[in-house]
Design a protein. Structure first.
Length: 406
């Protein structure tokens, strides 16, 4: 009972504290409604800005002003919205603006319009800005991207107004091939529309691959990117990349960057690599770059020191005894990892692990050369014994002098 009394008292207090309209205020309100005009509305609002009638009067005033605006004049409608951001009818105004900026054309219609002018376009979307219609198409050819902007004229004909080449983002300059991945789309981020598309950088006979998610701002022509790079693990189920995203380490928190990172993180085809394997991939890539002629005519080799967290070190420790051999100064192990056959050695003098040798895993043992076994011939000379078809041969690597003999 006491609780009910408290609630009732609070309601009475709220009623008595509401601003009460005066007879003069009500009189002017009735007069304004009888002879409505913008001038009359302003007179009331200037005199009674906090009146209980002010919302209704403001709505009537802004409705009258907006009624005079040409709804097909996009600039005039946007100017009204900018001048009246807190208007009670702003929702109606924004509906008109949205109509001015929403294309009526389907993807199929947009692509047909673009391909009539640029046959190489792979995909397209309709885009409307300021009540003008466009079709935006995209192509990837000869290692480059090309965007086609076609405009619809008053006569109903499409014309190609520009064909900019958005910057192709890549980290590995050797990946010269570029292809689109999936459809292009229009997305809205914080009230701005962007063309969203993905593409893949690759090159034949290489496992290295880059997946790039991009946002293109059609009005300014600016491009934002995020990348996932690594090893191509694609198979019968389609694209699969094991790797990492460098932008994930960035502290930049622009809405576009956040959208792109979410795009990459939500793609199940992009599998984050374990740190141990990432260290291994980096070590193998470094070794191959430093020893481009290791399998042909090189006489000296560059060995790479290994981080103990690398899966190369784990592979060394787990190698079978028949694939290992030791001398006074070294222990060496041969094993397959990440599509390569490697030799990792442990220096008993310096207490560290080094990548001594690296070559692609043998695919056809009846035709290609196969590294079958390794063994020490003396303290530093490691023999690599190969089969190739029905023949055999040996290479010798000196772990102390880092030289190779064939």
């Amino acid at each position: 009972m006491k609780r009910l009394f408290t609630i009732a008292a609070a309601l009475l207090l709220a009623i008595y504290t509401l601003p009460a309209q005066t007879p003069a205020e009500t009189k002017l309100y009735n007069k304004t409604l009888k002879k409505p005009s913008v001038k009359a509305y302003d007179k009331f609002l200037n005199k009674y800005p906090d009146s209980v009638y002010s919302l209704e009067i403001r709505t009537l005033k802004d409705s009258t002003l907006f009624e005079a605006v040409d709804k097909e004049d996009a600039e005039a409608v946007e100017a009204f919205a900018a001048a009246h951001p807190d208007s009670p009818i702003i929702g109606q105004v924004e509906e008109v603006i949205a109509r001015h900026n929403t294309s009526p054309f389907s993807k199929e219609e947009a692509l047909a319009a673009v391909r009539a002018l640029a046959p190489e376009a792979a995909d397209a979307v309709g885009w409307r800005r300021g009540n003008r219609d466009y079709a935006l198409g995209l192509a990837a050819a000869d290692g480059a991207l090309r965007l086609y902007r076609c405009a619809l004229g008053a006569d109903g004909a499409w014309t190609l107004v520009s064909a900019p080449a958005p910057e192709r983002y890549n980290l590995d300059s050797k990946l010269t091939d570029c292809r689109l991945d999936g459809p292009i789309e229009l997305v809205e981020i914080n009230g701005k529309k962007f063309l969203s598309f993905n593409y893949i950088n690759s090159v034949e006979k290489s496992k290295n691959i880059e997946f790039v998610a991009s946002l293109y701002e059609p009005e300014e022509g600016s491009v934002s990117h995020a990348m996932f790079y690594g090893r191509d693990m694609s198979g019968k189920d389609g694209l699969k990349i094991e790797g990492q995203c460098p932008e994930a380490l960035s502290t930049l928190v622009l809405p576009e960057n956040a959208w792109l990172l979410n795009r990459i993180n939500s793609d199940s085809r992009l599998v984050p690599i374990a740190k141990t394997d990432a260290l291994t991939d980096d070590s193998i890539a470094w070794w191959l770059e430093k020893n481009p002629e290791a399998e042909t005519r090189a006489s000296r080799l560059n060995f790479g020191a290994l981080d103990e967290e690398s899966s190369l070190v784990a592979g060394f420790k787990a190698a079978r005894s028949r694939d290992k051999d030791s001398s006074k100064s070294f222990t060496a192990a041969m094993f397959d990892i990440r599509d390569y056959t490697v030799i990792v050695a442990y220096s008993k003098t310096y207490k560290n692990y080094i990548l001594v040798w690296c070559e692609p895993v043998c695919v056809n043992k009846n035709r290609d050369k196969l590294l079958n076994s390794i063994y020490f011939e003396d303290d530093s000379s490691l023999a690599l014994f190969y089969y190739k078809g029905r023949t055999t041969f040996k290479n010798r690597i000196n772990l102390a002098s880092r030289t190779i003999r064939r």
